[in-house]
Design a protein around this ligand. Structure first.
Ligand SMILES: Cc1ncc(COP(=O)(O)O)c(C=O)c1O
Length: 403
């Protein structure tokens, strides 16, 4: 199929729920992807944070191929060597005490499991989530997601999920009642605009949950696996949740979600009370084992901290140069640059010049590049962005249409 045929087929035959950009990506390696015409792009989206190890990392490719030759599927009703190996590796890197996992296929599913766990373990119905949060779009996860454009068409959502203002311990305390099972929160809000909590907030939340005897559940789907410069974002503040949701990069690009919890909490789910047919699929677990090896061997969390500090400092320089940039924020290689207006044009113009960047809400340009991105690639991406910002700024100050 040629480029236009591919676009036509997807538009015609795939649910029109994605805001598509007109590029057909057919190949990737490291922090680069190529379109069907061979044009190269620096991928600062990392496939929405999935390609954290880089595209088609050779060790992931090898692990997938080897396992595919041996065994592709094995229901979790039977035991499997790769699943066992992955569980050992996963629980060897998760924060202390989080040592029992439910394996699923996506971020939303990892949140679904957390919500069920909270209700089952505590026997209470209410979950407190945060205004601005994003936890996915299946009905349970959607109920914890904040944005009304995602929620309103599908009401009624599941009951007893209430939202509190972010970063406000007083409001959190007020919201807790005898019906509350848990607080669910992203340690750093991703979709909500790359918002880092003030120091002391998550520690205070931990203390509050302990005092009120409710669970603290971290959604680290976007922040986990080295993205923020630590293996898990909660490590920045030395706070260990009771339940943690993981997905996106966990299997080097294959679909894998994991809800990891304290043993006593996970054991409250009894046989048949939760499952998915693909749970702990051998190929996905083989990729997951390789992904954890690569993450540790290549010291990617440390690399995210180092390169993230560099990228952030350079974005701050852009902020100084361009009045349309309001703020730069984030941790590690999870960074956001807030503009004074909608960023769609910036995304499209950068793409036309060979750099893929994401949005986070309407006004924030988001960077979730593979942690293997080179400094040189970062510099190239920054230089494109600098030009695009300049152009956009000039167009706005001259009153010309900004496209
Ligand atoms: C923090 C967070 N939780 C959950 C999800 C949902 O993950 P998925 O799209 O794999 O269902 C996302 C996706 O962006 C996310 O960023």
């Amino acid at each position: 199929m040629n480029e236009q045929d591919i676009i036509d087929v997807e538009n015609r035959l795939m649910a029109n729920v994605f805001a598509k950009k007109s590029v057909v990506i057919t190949r990737g390696r490291g922090a680069l992807v190529w379109d069907v015409n061979g044009k190269e792009y620096i991928d600062c989206t990392g496939s929405y944070g999935v390609a954290l190890l880089g595209h088609s990392h050779p060790k992931i490719v090898e692990a997938i191929c080897k396992q595919a030759e041996k065994l592709i599927s094995c229901h979790a009703g039977y035991f499997n060597d790769k699943r066992a190996e992955f569980l050992q590796k996963l629980t060897s890197i998760t924060p202390k005490g989080l040592n029992k996992a439910f394996l699923s296929n996506s971020g939303a599913e990892s949140v679904e499991c957390a919500i069920k766990l909270a209700r089952k373990y505590t026997g209470k119905p209410e979950i407190i989530a945060v205004m601005g949060a994003f936890h996915g779009k299946t009905m349970g996860a959607l109920s914890a997601t904040w944005d009304k454009k995602y929620r309103e068409p599908f009401q009624p959502l599941i009951p007893e999920i209430n939202h509190i203002p972010p970063d406000n311990l007083g409001k959190a305390c007020e919201a807790i009642s005898e019906k509350t099972a848990a607080i669910l929160i992203e340690p750093v809000r991703g979709e909500g605009g790359i918002r880092v909590p003030p120091n002391g907030f998550l520690k205070g939340l931990r203390e509050l949950c302990d005092e009120k005897n409710i669970l603290l559940m971290f959604d680290e789907v976007q922040t986990g696996f080295g993205r923020t410069g630590k293996l898990f974002a909660c490590e920045h503040w030395n706070v260990i949740p009771d339940v943690m949701c993981l997905a996106k990069p966990l299997a080097g690009g294959l679909p894998l979600g994991a809800t990891v919890a304290r043993e006593d909490i996970m054991s409250s789910l009894k046989i048949g009370e939760h499952s998915t047919t693909y749970s702990g699929n051998p190929i996905v677990c083989a990729a997951g084992c390789a992904a954890i090896d690569v993450l540790l061997e290549e010291k990617l969390a440390e690399r995210a901290a180092m390169l993230g500090a560099y990228l952030k400092s350079q974005l701050e320089l852009l902020q100084n140069r361009h009045r349309i940039v309001k703020e730069v924020r984030g941790l590690g290689l999870m960074l956001g640059m807030e503009l004074k207006f909608e960023v769609l044009n910036i995304l499209l113009k950068s793409m036309a010049r060979g750099v893929l960047v994401l949005d986070a809400g309407r006004n924030v340009v988001r960077f979730l590049p593979p942690l293997v991105i080179s400094k040189d690639q970062i510099d190239k991406a920054l230089s494109v962005l600098d030009g695009v910002l300049e152009e956009e700024e000039n167009a706005r100050s001259s009153g010309a249409p900004a496209n």
